[in-house]
Design a protein around this ligand. Sequence first.
Ligand code: HEC
Length: 204
Amino acid sequence: MKLWAGVLVLGLGVGVLGHSQETRVGASEMAVEDGPSYTADGQLKLPARYREWVYLTSGLDMSYNPKATAAGHSMFDNVFVNPAAYRAFLKTGTWPDKTVMVLENRGAESGSSINHRGQTQSSEVMGLEVHVKDASRLQGGWGFFGFDNGVSAKLIARPAECYTCHEAHAAVDTTFVQFYPTLRGVAKDKGTLSAAYLKEAGGK
Ligand code: HEC
C-alpha cells in the first residue's frame, strides 16, 4: 500500500515537472533574441529588442558615419551587445562566435532641460550599424552591416573603411573595447589587448 502511495507521489511529481518544462519553453519564446539572425537572402535582421541587451558605452562625437555627422550637430552613439556574448567576454576577455554589437546614433540636444549646459539624446535614431562575429558566414570572421531601414541590412563588402579602421585601431578582436569601461579592465587582466593597440597606446 505504502509502495503504491510512493508511485502516486512520483507520478504527481513527474506531472508537475512536465508542466514546469512547458512553462519554461513558453518563457524562452518570450526571451530576448541573443545572436545574429538572417533573412532567406542572407541579410542580417535587425535584432528587434537590442535595447534590452547589455549596454557598453555612450560616445559623444565618436561617429564616423557621414550621415550621422553631416548635420553639423553633436551626436551620441550608444553601443549594445547580446547578453550571451557579454557573459563570455567576462570569462575569456574576447568575443565568442555569434557576437552581435549594435551602434546606435542619436542627436545631442541642448536646452531641453532646466540644466542649460546639459545635452540629452534625441528620440529619433539617426543611424544604426551592427558588427557581427559569425565564422560560418563572414570572411575574416566578422562583418559590418549598416541599417537604412529598421528591418534588415546587407553585408558591407570588403574592402571598406569600416574593416580597415577597426582592424588597425580596435583593442580586442576588431572591436573598440578600449572605450567600453566595463570591459577594458577584463581584456587587460586576460591579456587579450591586441599588439597593435598596445603599441598605439604606448603601454597604457
Ligand atoms: C576611423 C575609424 C572607424 C571607422 C572608419 C569605422 N569605425 Fe566603427 N567604431 C570606431 C570607434 C572609435 C568605435 C567606438 C565607438 C565608441 O566608443 O563610442 C566604433 C564602434 C563601432 C561599433 C560598435 C562595436 C565595435 O566594433 O566596437 C560598430 C557596430 C561600428 N563601429 C560599425 C562601423 C561601421 C558599419 C563602419 C563602416 C561604415 C565603421 N564602424 C567604421 C571607429 C571606426
